[in-house]
Design a protein. Sequence first.
Length: 95
Amino acid sequence: ETAQLTDEDLLAAIIAGMIHDYDHPGLNNNFHVKVQSYLATLYNNRSILENHHCAEVFELMKNPRLNILGGMTDSQRRDIRETIIEMVLWTDMGL
């Protein structure tokens, strides 16, 4: 049996692939935890960089010029955002 992906799932996968390392500082999650960095505190030592990548991109998308989901319904935007976040969080190699 094959999985059936919606158009929203496919868009989310493409976006997640594009943003999964956005604004990466070049240090890993373990380093952030050990030095008790701001990001480690902000994200409670959980998937620090992955949460940061998502948060930074969604912050950028508050700008209407950069909001590639602007033409979607509220429901579509919520579903796509949730899927993007889940996909990026699963890139945490420490889990």
